[in-house]
Write a protein that binds this ligand. Structure first.
Ligand code: PAF
Length: 274
């Protein structure tokens, strides 16, 4: 495994290589990231993972300073999952006196975008830079961040980016809890309790698949989660391409939600119709 710290080192590693698959991450890797790297290795000749805790996508009151940093363990996961190189730049390498930013449109306005001002601008800008630096032909993202996927897809369309995007299914713990670097904030007991979140989403999907009214079902899920101690931020039926809220479920629609549990913000989404 090659550890690349500078953009120049990436350029040299790239050399004449074609068929690069990019897996952008912020580190604190888990099985969800490992599966992205494996899918990239199955699809592409060369896999470049990136580990960059991007400060521009965190708000001033968010968890940047306590976000887990586990570079040694991350490198091992990348190597074991089939990455050939890891680009892990410092902030000064990625954002020296940036004046230009990517401003995403309507797809970024609701849900996470409404609660985290500037978040998707930070994501789009760094992702576009990583696309440019790597010159990758393929890039892999986890569907757990459903709106991020929609925003990046739209950026690639709007800016004619010559890259194939792969959005990969969420990997879950055996309890159903979606894998997330933020799960490490929980005590074992709180982690067990957190699985009530995904359980509520899967229950809702079953009821909606059985033909029940989505609005009624999501209202019930909201109450049940609240009773169990979750602070529900939103729970909605959405079109995963546009992020528009829907009243009628179709094969494509997703149930998407954000909650706070024991002081930690969690997001997740599942197919509304099974
Ligand atoms: O999903 C993430 O980990 C980040 O938002 C990403 C895509 C690596 C950009 O910093």
């Amino acid at each position: 495994l090659k550890l690349l710290k500078s953009i120049e080192e990436v350029r040299q590693w790239r050399g004449g290589r074609g068929g690069i698959g990019l897996v952008p991450t912020m580190g604190a890797l888990h099985e969800g990231h490992a599966s992205l790297v494996r899918q990239a290795a199955d699809t592409c000749h060369h896999v470049l993972a990136t580990i960059f805790l991007n400060p521009t996508q965190f708000g001033p009151s968010e968890d940047l300073s306590r976000y887990p940093r586990t570079l040694e363990a991350d490198l091992l996961i990348c190597e074991q999952s089939g990455a050939e190189a890891v680009f892990a730049p410092d902030v000064s390498e990625m954002h020296p006196d940036m004046q230009t930013r990517v401003v995403p449109g309507a797809v970024s306005f609701a849900w996470e975008g409404a609660r985290r001002p500037g978040h998707f601008e930070g994501v789009c800008t760094v992702v576009l830079k990583l696309f440019q630096i790597s010159q990758a032909e393929d890039a892999f993202f986890g569907l757990k961040d459903l709106q991020q996927c929609a925003v990046i897809r739209r950026m690639a369309i709007d800016l004619n980016l010559p890259i194939r995007l792969h959005f990969c299914e969420t990997v879950r713990e055996s309890s159903g809890l979606a894998m997330s670097s933020r799960n490490s904030y929980f005590s074992p007991e709180d982690r067990r309790g957190a699985s009530g979140f995904s359980a509520a989403l899967f229950r809702s999907a079953e009821e909606i698949s059985a033909g029940k009214n989505p609005q009624d079902i999501l209202n019930e899920a909201r109450s049940a989660l609240t009773n169990d101690g979750f602070r529900v931020d939103y729970i909605a039926l959405v079109n995963p391409m546009t992020m528009e809220e829907l009243t009628i479920a179709s094969k494509e629609s997703r149930i998407m939600a954000a909650v706070e549990w024991k002081g930690v913000r969690l997001i997740d989404n599942v197919a509304a119709c099974r």
